[in-house]
Ligand binder design. Structure first.
Ligand code: IPM
Ligand code: MN
Length: 376
C-alpha cells in the first residue's frame, strides 16, 4: 500500500531567549484554537536551545566555544513539518555567537534558501509614512537566505597590526540567485491567484549592479532569463539605495521584491517599520522542499522579558505564515486555510489595540493572544 500522507502537523518549537518563549506561547494558543476550529491535529516538540542553555553548559560568552545547537538537534529538526522559533539574543552573550550558532546554522544546514517577508500594513496599525494606509502597503520581499555576505567566507590577516587586512566575500552563485528568483516568480503567480489578480503582477529585482558589477551581473542576467518564463509578469529593477527611498516615498508601487541576502536583511528592517514595527513583522526561512522555520522579526527584548507586555502579534503572524506555507508546501488545504483564518483574525484585532509597541498596546501579551483566539 502506498504511504498515506500524515495529517498530523509535526512541529518543532524553539522558544529561545528573552521574550521569545512568551510570544511563542501566544502563537501556540492561537494554533490550538484554530486546530480545533478547522479540525486538524498537531504535535509539538520543544527544543531547549537558548543563550541560557549555552551559558549553563559552560559556553564562553565572549567567543563561540561550544555548539549553540548540537548536530543531533539539527538532525532531529530535519524530521519535522516545520519549525517555530521565538527569538535569539542574550544580553550576556557577545553579538554573533547565538545568531551564527543557531539562526544562520539552521538556515544553512536545512538549506532554507528563501527568507520570506510579507510587508503588509494591517488595519488600525500606525505607519510612520504620512498619509499612507493598508491599501498602500502590501508587498512581499523574497530575500536570498544562504549566500552573499552571509557565508562567512573571507578572513583577517595580520590581525592587530597596522597591516591588518580583512576580506568578507560576497559569495554569489547563479544557482542561488536563480532559485531565489524562480521562487519569487512562482510566489507572484500564487499571489495573483489568491488576490483575484490584484497583486502578483510585478517582480522587482533589487541589487547594486552599478557598483557590484560581478555579483550584480549574475543576478541581473538570471532575472532576465528566468523572467522570460513568466511573460505575463512585469519585471523591474531597482538599485538598493533607490529602493530605500521608494519604499518610503512610493510603497504602493511595490508588489514583489527579490534581492540578495544582505540587501534583503537591510530593506526588510525598513519594510518592518513601514508596516508598523517589529511587533507585527513576521518572517519565514523557507526550504520549499524541506523543513522551514518561521519567526517573529523582533529580537529577544531583554528589558521586557517576563512582564507580559511584549507584542505577540508578529509571533502569531508567524503561525499564520507557518500554516499557510506548510499547507501549500505539503498540499494540505486544511492547514493553509487555517493560516488564512489566523491572519484574518489578526486583522480583526489590530484595530482594537492602542499601539503595536511593547507596554502600550492597551492589553497585555496574553490578552492580545486571547483577542486573536476570540476573533478566529
Ligand atoms: C534577520 C536577522 C539576522 C540576519 C541576524 C540575527 C543574523 O537580522 O533575520 O534579519 O541578519 O539575517
Ligand atoms: Mn535582519
Amino acid at each position: 500500500m502506498a504511504a498515506r500522507k500524515s495529517s498530523v502537523l509535526n512541529l518543532a518549537v524553539i522558544g529561545g531567549d528573552g521574550t521569545g518563549p512568551e510570544v511563542v506561547a501566544q502563537g501556540l494558543k492561537v494554533l490550538k484554537a484554530v486546530a480545533k476550529k478547522d479540525g486538524f491535529t498537531y504535535k509539538l516538540t520543544d527544543f531547549n536551545v537558548s543563550g541560557d542553555r549555552y551559558l549553563e553548559a559552560g559556553g564562553d560568552p565572549s567567543k563561540p566555544s561550544i555548539p549553540v545547537i548540537t548536530d543531533e538537534e539539527i538532525a532531529q529538526l530535519r524530521t519535522f513539518d516545520a519549525i517555530y522559533l521565538g527569538a535569539v539574543g542574550h544580553p550576556k552573550i557577545a553579538p554573533g555567537i547565538l545568531e551564527k550558532g543557531l539562526l544562520l546554522r539552521t538556515r544553512f544546514e536545512l538549506d532554507q534558501y528563501i527568507n520570506l517577508r510579507p510587508v503588509r500594513l494591517y488595519p488600525g496599525v500606525p505607519t510612520p509614512l504620512a498619509g499612507r494606509g493598508p491599501k498602500d502597503i502590501d508587498f512581499v520581499v523574497i530575500r536570498e537566505n544562504t549566500e552573499g555576505l552571509y557565508t562567512g567566507m573571507g578572513g583577517i590577516q595580520y590581525k592587530g597590526t597596522p597591516q591588518e587586512v580583512s576580506t568578507q566575500i560576497n559569495c554569489t552563485t547563479r544557482f542561488g540567485a536563480e532559485r531565489a528568483i524562480r521562487y519569487a516568480f512562482e510566489f507572484a503567480k500564487r499571489r495573483h491567484k489568491l488576490t483575484g489578480g490584484k497583486k502578483g503582477k510585478r517582480v522587482t529585482l533589487v541589487h547594486k549592479t552599478n557598483v557590484l558589477t560581478f555579483a550584480g551581473d549574475t543576478w541581473f542576467r538570471a532575472f532576465q532569463e528566468v523572467g522570460r518564463e513568466y511573460p505575463s509578469i512585469e519585471k523591474d529593477y531597482n538599485h538598493v539605495d533607490a529602493c530605500c527611498m521608494w519604499f518610503v516615498k512610493n510603497p504602493d508601487y511595490y508588489d514583489m521584491v527579490v534581492t540578495d541576502n544582505i540587501f534583503g536583511d537591510i530593506i526588510t528592517d525598513l519594510a518592518a517599520v513601514i508596516q508598523g514595527g517589529l511587533g507585527v513583522a513576521a518572517g519565514g526561512n523557507i526550504n520549499p522542499a524541506g523543513v522551514s522555520m518561521y519567526e517573529p522579526m523582533g529580537g529577544s527584548a531583554p528589558k521586557y522579558t517576563g512582564q507580559n507586555v511584549i507584542n505577540p502579534m508578529a509571533a502569531i503572524g508567524a503561525v499564520a505564515m507557518l500554516l499557510r506555507e506548510t499547507g501549500t508546501q505539503k498540499d494540505n488545504k486544511t492547514w493553509a486555510k487555517a493560516g488564512t483564518r489566523v491572519e484574518e483574525a489578526i486583522i480583526r484585532v489590530t484595530p482594537q489595540m492602542k499601539s503595536q509597541a511593547a507596554g502600550r498596546m492597551g492589553y497585555s501579551t496574553t490578552e492580545v493572544g486571547d483577542l486573536v483566539v476570540k476573533a478566529l
